[in-house]
Design a protein around this ligand. Structure first.
Ligand SMILES: O=C(O)CCC(=O)C(=O)O
Length: 315
């Protein structure tokens, strides 16, 4: 069995180059393109069915939120509202951290604070106290009904193309030091920057053989303040398979195959939109107090998904 597995692995490594989408850079369009009547069909044909990302410059610029949303606006509109904030000492809310006893996958401390308090934490930029609103439970439609009309519950052309409504609409706002570590999701993602900028690093799913993963025990940050924090065991969560390499500081000695991975790096500015296809690895950094919203549409669990799962179980 091992001989077959090794043979499959080596073929995959050789052939993956051919499987890579031949994209030198991520395509960029202007938002006018999305206003044409045939856009949902074109979007589906050229990007979704090929599992290829596309940046739509100004794609979100007509959302009222782009004009309205800022700290001042939220102070007026949401000041007393309770929000769940992810707190970490290092900015990695779902990421790896090394301690004397090993490397762990560490979840953030989740704390309920008033929106006003959250904004004060952001303004103070204290050492070792990094806050991020990053709950991926459709927090925009669950927690922020007061402001949902500023962006809308769906992106109409995307819903037409996917032939479904979004599963979740998420609101993101946080500290410049907050980093979303490299991971992938089983969602078609329409990502909109409302204020500030986001820096993306993407890796296509076909590069899976070159992206090292490991299984980590899960811990959780507790009592995060500027002076101290604890990393406690979280027995409610089973071990997590996570990307073992940091694309900002790749350890090529340990993971030489990662040199073969195709990294696409770009910035989304205020009012820009990205179609991030399902299963693409993504890593994000941001400007201070960047505000973003994303629409997650369930992916099709089709033959591509089966191929991908097979690849994942072999590599
Ligand atoms: O904005 C971020 O920090 C992370 C976004 C993300 O992971 C996603 O949209 O799936």
């Amino acid at each position: 069995m091992d001989i077959i597995k090794n043979r499959i692995t080596s073929v995959l490594h050789e052939e993956t180059e051919d499987l890579i989408h031949y994209i030198c850079a991520i395509s960029e369009l202007s938002y006018e393109e999305t206003e044409k009547p045939n856009w949902p069909l074109k979007f589906y044909r050229e990007y979704v069915s090929k599992n290829v990302p596309v940046i739509i410059r100004g794609g979100a610029r007509l959302m009222p939120a782009v004009q309205k949303w800022s700290s001042d606006y939220f102070r007026t509109k949401l000041s007393d509202k309770s929000v769940t904030v992810a707190l970490t000492p290092n900015g990695y809310a779902d990421g790896l951290n090394k301690s004397e006893t090993g490397v762990f996958f560490v979840l953030p401390e989740e704390k309920e604070v008033k929106f006003d308090e959250f904004l004060t934490i952001l303004d103070q930029k204290q050492d070792n106290l990094i806050a991020y609103i990053q709950r991926q439970n459709s927090n925009l439609t669950q927690d922020f009904l007061e402001i949902v009309d500023d962006v809308g519950m769906e992106i109409h052309w995307a819903s037409a193309a996917f032939d479904k409504k979004p599963d979740a609409v998420n609101f993101w706002m946080g500290d410049q030091r907050a980093i979303t570590s490299m991971h992938k999701d089983p969602y078609e993602n329409i990502y909109c920057v409302i204020d500030g900028y986001k820096d993306f690093i993407l890796i296509p799913p076909t590069d899976l053989p070159f992206v090292p993963t490991q299984t980590y025990q899960v811990k959780r940050y507790e009592n995060v303040t500027t002076n101290r924090y604890e990393m406690v065991n979280d027995d409610s969560v089973t071990d997590v398979k996570w990307v073992a390499i940091d694309p900002l500081n790749p350890d090529y000695d340990k993971y030489p195959e990662f040199k073969k991975a195709h990294l696409y790096k770009f910035r989304l500015n205020k009012g820009d939109m990205l179609y991030l296809p399902s299963l693409w690895f993504h890593h994000l950094q941001q400007s201070h107090k960047c505000i973003a919203v994303n629409y997650w549409y369930d992916m099709e669990f089709d033959i591509k998904y089966c191929y991908y799962k097979m690849l994942e179980s072999i590599c």
